[in-house]
Design a protein around this ligand. Structure first.
Ligand SMILES: [Zn+2]
Length: 245
């Protein structure tokens, strides 16, 4: 290991502080509450979409029935009109035939009235179903608007965290120039193994990494090491930086 200076170790502590902040940024980015809000809205939208499909299918079935009554009504009416035209057109003079035609007109008129009331019934049945589909569409529009608003908020928060991450990364790169390569390697390995903290300061008699107190003899020994000696916490194994008197 290269001979270390206090400045190297102080720089490593600065790198550690910045790495901890960068870790916090990553956690914050992953757990932005807007992500949960979006997921909740998407669930609501999916449920709404299902209700809409069901309501629209019901409405369409009634609408089809109504259209079919109306189509049949038009056919019956045009057939009746055709016969009436011949009936009063003066081209047919046989009484028997005229009677038969009049009877058919009566029967078609009765059929038309029946079809008309069926079509009206279907129309009545359709009204609340149309209203239900419209209501669902309205709810969907509000949810989509809410979703867009949350999306914008999320993007703003992401940009905020990204800017902070940039600033921290620049500072980290700057501090890392004062950390010798092999010290950086040792630090990174410990950081990976020990939950993100690879180096700690000795504060009083306690390691600031594991917060455990060191034995007086060990502290004594640490303080008496020549400057630039790389030392580790006996309890947690982290690089331990003791300020030399
Ligand atoms: Zn420790």
């Amino acid at each position: 290991m290269t001979t270390l200076t206090d400045a190297n170790l102080e720089a490593l502590l600065a790198v550690q502080a910045l790495d901890t902040d960068l870790d916090r940024c990553r956690v914050r980015l992953a757990s932005l509450p807007e992500r949960g809000e979006l997921a909740a809205i998407d669930l609501q939208l999916a449920a709404l979409e299902q209700s809409r499909s069901a309501a629209a299918a019901e409405r369409d079935a009634v609408a089809d029935r109504q259209a079919s009554f109306e189509h049949n009504l038009a056919t019956v009416e045009s057939r009746a009109a055709e016969i009436k035209k011949r009936l009063y057109g003066g081209t047919v003079s046989a009484t028997r035939e005229l009677q038969a035609m009049a009877a058919e007109v009566d029967s078609l008129t009765a059929r038309a009235s029946e079809l008309e009331s069926r079509a009206l019934e279907a129309m009545d049945e359709r009204e609340p179903l149309d209203a239900r589909v419209d209501k669902i569409d309205g709810e969907k529009s509000s949810l989509l608007a809410a979703r867009a608003a949350v999306g914008e908020r999320l993007a703003a928060r992401e940009a905020e965290v990204a800017a902070e991450t940039d600033t921290l990364s620049t500072a980290r790169a700057q501090a890392a120039t004062q950390v010798p390569e092999d010290l950086a390697v040792a630090y990174n390995r410990l950081r990976q193994r020990l939950g993100g903290v690879g180096v700690a300061r000795l504060v009083g008699s306690r390691c600031d990494g594991c917060h455990l107190s060191l034995a007086a003899t060990e502290i004594d020994q640490l303080r008496r090491q020549p400057p630039g000696t790389l030392t580790f916490c006996e309890q947690c194994g982290r690089i331990l930086v003791a300020t030399h008197p």
